[in-house]
Design a protein around this ligand. Sequence first.
Ligand code: ADP
Length: 502
Amino acid sequence: VLGDSEVPRARIPSIESHRHRPEVEQAFASGRGSATRLSDTIHVRLLYVAAPMKNGAIARVALPLVEVERAEAAIRRSLLVASILALVLAAVMSLVIAHFTSRAIGDLTHVANAMARGDFDARAKLSGADELSDLGRALDQLAGSLSVTMQPLRAERDRVERILSGMQEGVLLIDASGRVAFVTAALRQMLLLGADCVGKTPFEAIHNDELEGLVEGAHATGATQAAELELAGLKPRRLLVRVVPLVGEPTGLLAVFVDVTDIRRLESMRRDFVANASHELRTPVTAVRSAAETLRFAMENDPEAAGHFLEIIERNAERLQHLVEDLLDLSRIESHEYRLTFGAHEIAPLVARVIDLFRERAEKKRIRLTADVPAELGPARVDPRAFEQVLTNLIDNALKYSPERTTVVVRARATERRGKPAIRLSVVDTGPGIEERHLPRLFERFYRVDTGRSRELGGTGLGLSIVKHLCDALGGPIQVESTVGSGTTFSFTLARADDAAV
Ligand code: ADP
């Protein structure tokens, strides 16, 4: 041993030879050697490393293992911290990447779902350079080209739908399996069908044997079948139905329903009207004829009685005249030939003029006929001729049906109609009143509460019908209130002239 950093120079010659220490031998043999063992000199475990120097001697360093282990532990700690940091970083990065990827997939799924629903306006709008963005762009392109292709198809479908929903006629489509494939809203409303009728057989949906017969007939013969169905139930209807076999594939039947309830009702009303009018006319005509025949006989044999028959002829001729005049008025009003000329008119003078015409008749019956029209009402928007006719008919009825010593008042009051100032006119009598069951039909042509009494008093049964039509034309519907035993009030409303376009 030439020197030792831990041993004083004087003691060096007494140190034993280190030539055969394993690390020294290794250093001689292979240029580098190392070993760990308990040191003889200082009695601690040491790590020895030996290497030859330029001069051929061997240099050896020794480090206590405790320090080596400390250094190792420090390295391991650093490695652990670095690994944890790397793991956290990797986790964060994968979370971020997963977030962006799943968002892109979400966008793609959204577009795909929208397309499946038929909405081709949705776009993923992915802008990256990865495969997902490529897929997104491909999907956007697909949606775009489908949207262009679908446009005319949709327009066609919408047009057909609009035509069908605008049709008043009901349409029912029966598919090849004999089940309801489609119904229009009009038909659902006509037959009060629920949305669940699609998929049922026509009989299950509509419960009508006749319709079932038509469907079967059209199916069996391949020819159009038509009939008029009478439907009872909540909303009784008369429907004209045509069941047409569809040409081409897929096969099926198309049933078209036309609601003729109103047409048939009007036809029956017209028939009734003609029958009523003929009947009304026949009675006075027959009376005139038989009175004329008897008159001829009376003139020869009983000149005194002749006057009586002349009177019958006169009275019936007058009645005929009233009837024909009322019928003509009604027909003119209904066919809109009776042109109304609206103007701004004060109500009071119009009412006074009509009352004057009836004054004598009222006095004869001792009925107090008065006007109650406040001066400050202002002008009404009215056609004076129609107004006077309405008042005439109402006052005529009040005088006709009220007993002696009662009162009839024509009353006018300021009111409002649809938020605008208006004038309400009423003809109020204290006569016998009308039973409630007659009120809904009172304004029908030829409707009378007591036919015999009306005829006897010269009534035609058309007066209130004319009043109703004229009031509708004047703008306010006629209304009636009546209490048996205490009297009847007929009322209607006119617009105030200063607030309406005259
Ligand atoms: P008519 O020519 O028979 O009077 P209207 O159409 O004018 O026909 O009236 C119909 C029916 O209404 C009359 O027959 C009568 O029975 C009843 N009526 C109308 N006005 C009154 C009234 N003021 N009081 C009682 N009954 C009335």
